[in-house]
Design a protein around this ligand. Structure first.
Ligand code: FAD
Ligand code: MLT
Ligand code: ZN
Length: 482
């Protein structure tokens, strides 16, 4: 005998019984506004949820998943909803629930000797950084969205950011996970072990799976000692080749002290200057590229400064830097980083655009940029390129803005697919990846089969089918179909 599936109203009643009535929001509620959960950050898509469900602990997450599985109701896990590839919002069918993790935001434990911190998935990244700092440690993951993105979302996307050159991306900072499976079982994997060879690496399978394989409810993350001094420099460089040469010098001279190496193109900086003139962008008018470097030192500020100055002198002599400033104090350093972090928002102010987060071997980036710039100029007359990103990791935000005065919607309609194809074909030619950090989500799901190794894709489908045979967890993201 088959059990009868509950109808949506019965399911909502069950979810309210599990999480409490106030934590299950629907469009039928008086004055309901679900747009913060239904609209993606870039305003590319506006979905419609059956309900937004806000569990308060892991047992509630497991019970919610069991109820949804029994009702064959798809679940879209969501953290801070800062994702850039439409991966954390529901589709427009009105049949999916958004599982918002933001109430689960506690720091569960800090182990100073093991250098680990255990937090719940909804913990905002900045709060995690602060908890670490208050305990005398560094949690090095960092990016512009850190005031609202969550560690669950960071793990879901295997997010990168501005310190990856030294500390790696989210995957490399994670030791253990607690996960609710598609069947509503709890995997208690919150180990703080740095070595564990007892079979398949389920932790790394979950990380970067964009909510399609399981729901991360908590994580044990690595901590590092706080640096004794941290200095920031801003350098004008005459070409992308020069930027790569500077990166080599910085690795040589600073070793593990090199904790940030960001490149910013002149047009990207001109947008920050245009939309946020009070930020006073240095050196951008006279140089095609600028680089932001960070030196974290375990000795003291004098040591850090002399190392940094020696590096910049060598770079000036070699001709790979034409001018540079070193921040005198923390306020100036924060100001320089703020300029870098403001490029994304300045680009939003300028209008709709096509975003890329590609990676290419660092050595090939200058040739990639020269060749792809020229091809794009032929494809889109008047195209404006907002190039910037984490050059230290070979990760470029090779973004394409509509020509001056063009209608953004019409530009996307007419050019998005052509531009993506052109850029991704170039990425393939230069042995890169079409997503270095933002993930596949919905925006790149149609392109993945064209650029991913077919055997890898077949294995991905097999994993998804084994772990989520009903295709209930974030369906249509990463993989279009099972
Ligand atoms: P959401 O947007 O809510 O979700 C993202 C994905 O993770 C979705 O697929 C969702 O289903 C899944 N997910 C969320 N929570 C869970 C969970 N608990 N379990 C399983 N799956 C889950 N990204 C970078 O990598 N590097 C950057 O430098 C960077 N800079 C940014 C700057 C700005 C201004 C903005 C707006 C975004 C930036 N991003 C960057 C993108 C974004 O911040 C990251 O993708 C981040 O990891 C998303 O976290 P979130 O909590 O907002 O997740
Ligand atoms: C960044 O590096 O600032 C982010 O990845 C955001 C973006 O691509 O705009
Ligand atoms: Zn980035």
């Amino acid at each position: 005998m088959t059990a009868l599936k509950p109808n949506p109203h019965e399911l909502i009643a069950q979810l309210r019984a599990i999480c409490g009535p106030a934590n299950v929001l629907t469009h039928e509620d008086p004055g309901a506004d679900l747009s913060p959960w239904e609209q993606d950050w870039r305003k590319r898509v506006r979905g419609r949820a059956l309900a937004v469900v806000r569990p308060g602990d892991t047992a509630q997450v497991a019970a919610v998943v069991k109820a949804c599985a029994a009702a064959s109701t798809p679940i879209v896990p969501q953290g801070g909803n800062t994702g850039l590839v439409v991966g954390g919002v529901p589709d427009d069918s009105g049949t999916q629930i958004v599982l918002s993790m933001t109430r689960m935001n506690a720091v569960r434990a800090i182990d100073p000797d093991n250098l680990t911190i255990t937090v719940e998935a909804g913990c905002v990244l900045q709060n995690l950084q602060l908890a670490a700092e208050n305990a005398g440690f560094l949690f090095p993951l960092s990016r512009g969205a850190e005031g609202s993105c969550t560690i669950g979302g960071n793990l879901g996307t295997n997010a990168g950011g501005t310190q990856v050159v030294r500390y790696g991306n989210t995957r490399e900072l994670c030791l253990g996970l607690e996960v609710v499976t598609a069947q509503g079982e709890i995997w208690h994997g919150l180990t703080g072990l740095r070595k564990d060879n007892t079979g398949y690496d389920l932790r790394n399978l979950m990380i970067g799976s964009e909510g399609t394989l399981g729901i991360i409810t908590a994580a044990t993350m690595k901590l590092y000692p706080l640096p004794a001094a941290q200095l920031t420099a801003w350098a004008a460089v005459p070409s992308m080749e020069a930027a790569v040469q500077l990166l080599g010098l910085a690795h040589q001279r600073l070793g593990p002290g090199l904790t940030g190496f960001e490149v910013m193109g002149q047009f990207a900086l001109s947008l920050v200057d245009k939309h946020y003139p009070h930020l006073r962008v240095p050196l951008w008018q006279t140089s095609p590229w600028c680089v932001l470097l960070e030196n974290s030192d375990s000795e003291n500020e004098t040591h850090a400064r002399s190392q940094f100055e020696a590096l910049l002198e060598a770079a000036l002599e070699a001709g790979c830097v034409s001018d540079a400033v070193v921040a005198e104090n923390l306020t100036q350093a924060r100001g320089l980083w703020h300029i870098r972090e403001s490029i994304t928002l300045a680009q939003v102010q300028e209008g709709l655009n096509i975003k890329h987060d590609i990676s290419i071997p660092v050595s090939l980036i200058p040739a990639f940029v020269a060749e792809t710039d020229a091809l794009l100029a032929l494809e889109v007359p008047g195209v404006r390129l907002v190039d910037f990103g984490h050059l230290g990791d070979g990760n470029l935000h090779y973004n394409v803005q509509a020509p001056e005065g063009a209608d953004g919607q019409a530009f996307l309609r007419d050019f998005e697919d052509k531009v993506n194809t052109l850029v991704f074909d170039q990425v393939l030619k230069f042995k890169g990846s079409i997503s270095a950090e933002h993930g596949v989500g919905e925006l790149k799901v149609g392109k993945l089969p064209l650029y991913k190794d077919p055997t890898a894709l077949a294995m991905m489908r097999a994993v998804k089918a084994a772990l989520d045979p009903q295709n209930l967890l974030n369906p249509g993201r990463v993989l279009e179909t099972l």
